[in-house]
Design a protein around this ligand. Structure first.
Ligand code: AMP
Length: 234
């Protein structure tokens, strides 16, 4: 473990490992800028941009969007001021990027290699159960689960009342394909980043997973929001 404070953080985990939920909890506690490539692509697809519509074809089939598209998306995004700490050094929480060794190489060549990788580890079968039961609200983004978090009124979002959908990429065959893609393309990153990777058992309650992830960031010196000085610097 480095004695420096980790600022370039990456969450790695199979689809459905809970990256989004953990990221939100970490952002609330540590004030990091959360860069979720999945969210960025979905927003672009809903907005009907050229990149978004092209990406949607891959996403709906459970395939990765081509590296060149992803690298450009992130390279532009990390230039924005909210991805810098007050001294100008890069500071962010990447969620869903890099997903291939090519993407990791691109990050490295931008001088943005991570100083902490949190690997959310969940067995494949638990993921199939989690994701195939997920129902998402297309209007407010809320999600339910038919087994673990059913809506009060069947098929309707508890938050805004809209009809819930079963995302195309949450159908079982697509999930299995996404898991195979994770094993083949993304899991090699865990060895690549071995020296700065911390494994978190993500096959437990969301609260327990978040608690473990918070402990990892603390061990890497990441300051909690309420520990920061007036400039937002610990
Ligand atoms: P996520 O919400 O992170 O599970 O991402 C949803 C989908 O977006 C993935 O299944 C991919 O099709 C696409 N995607 C997100 N991030 C990447 C990435 N870094 N490389 C390639 N495709 C990505």
């Amino acid at each position: 473990m480095s004695s420096r404070i980790a600022q370039k953080l990456i969450l790695v985990g199979a689809p459905g490992a809970g990256k989004g939920t953990v990221a939100k909890g970490l952002v609330d506690r540590f004030g990091l800028t959360h860069l979720s490539t999945g969210d960025m692509l979905r927003t672009a697809a809903t907005a009907g941009t050229e990149v978004g519509l092209a990406a949607k074809v891959f996403m709906d089939q459970g395939q990765l969007v081509p590296d060149a598209v992803m690298v450009k998306l992130i390279a532009e995004r990390v230039q924005e001021p909210d991805c810098r700490s007050p001294d100008g050094s890069p500071r962010f929480l990447l969620d869903g990027f890099p997903r291939t060794l090519v993407q990791a190489d691109a990050l490295q060549s931008e001088g943005l290699a991570p100083d902490l990788v949190v690997f959310l580890d969940v067995p494949g079968e638990a993921i199939v159960r989690r994701l195939s039961g997920r129902r998402t609200c297309p209007v407010c983004g809320n999600s339910h689960h038919v087994e673990f978090a059913p809506p009060t009124v069947e098929g309707c979002c508890d938050r805004c009342g809209s009809a819930l959908i079963h995302r195309t990429d949450d159908h079982e065959a697509t999930i299995r394909h996404r898991l195979a893609t994770f094993e083949a393309q993304t899991s090699p990153l865990i060895s690549r980043y071995g020296a700065v990777t911390e494994r978190v058992d993500a096959n437990q309650s969301p609260q327990a997973v978040l608690k473990a992830a918070v402990a990892v960031l603390r061990a890497y010196g990441v300051p909690l929001l309420d520990e920061k000085g007036p400039l937002g610097q610990a």
